[in-house]
Write a protein that binds this ligand. Sequence first.
Ligand code: GDP
Length: 314
Amino acid sequence: MAMSEKITVLTGGVGGAKLALGLANLQPPPQLAFIVNTGDDFWHLGLKICPDIDTLIYTLSGAVDPRQGWGIADDSAHVLDSLKRRYAFKAWFKLGDQDLAMHLLRTQAMREQVSLTDFTSSIARRLGIEAAILPMCDAEIPTTILTREHGELSFQDYFVKQRWQPAIQQIRYNVDKEARLSEVVREALTSADMILIAPSNPWLSIAPILAVPGLLDLLESLSVPKVAISPLVGGDAVKGPTAKIMREMGLEVSARAVARSYAGVIDGFVDDLRNPVFQLDWLRATRRDTLMTSLERKVALARDALDWARGWRA
Ligand code: GDP
């Protein structure tokens, strides 16, 4: 039997999980590895929370709330309600009761010195997920946001508490000297037949992954197709602050500017049909409908992106 193709994907949460679900439903099934942003991770109420990893796990195990694209479907919020009503706790971060089960287990694992990589793979296996879900790094690399209004904000303070309204002056990827590329991430990249960058936020979800020591150099050294999918559709974000951040950083709000931010990292780009056409002499590009509003569309985009890149690899 032919070995199945190995596809490794750099991804954030909600936008990336849509593509992940499409890839996971392809026939024949490729061997999938997702390198997931952990720059959004934080400690809250004593618990270790990894929003992007959880979004991927809930999506691929079929538990995700389909309306939000994150959290668990039909989850209750008794714990959060009790914190608010009984203890006047200012609950700005939404935590469902079933979602809390994940955070409790993860926190216990962290206390027992289990690595985030090992914990994540054991949970994913228990939930029947075949793809490898790999935290970008076992060390914490918290993203912080420098704003004029509030100074430096932790990521969730900026994103959830302030609803990403403060204007960004600078985004910091706080790489600790302990941070190392994990062996599984290295292996997922070096053994891949193709590398994809999901249509995730380039500055809040993908750049933190590229900031993991050694990862960028490794990516640049690989000669397999490396393809990003545009997170901008019709010149705007489908959801979230991607376009707003580009404006605040003085960038043109366009797929071309996104592609240019990946210079040296990618050699292919799947643009959306609704974006203005552009050309860069170092980049192969194709234009598709990238709006993933149904499972069929997710699978179709995943299949098209892979077919296209296979075509020019041949
Ligand atoms: P987060 O970590 O939960 O914020 O999510 P991501 O960083 O993975 O994804 C956010 C990005 O996904 C935004 O820039 C959106 O524009 C993009 N996005 C969301 N849905 C779609 C879609 O259906 N198609 C495309 N092309 N981009 C999407």
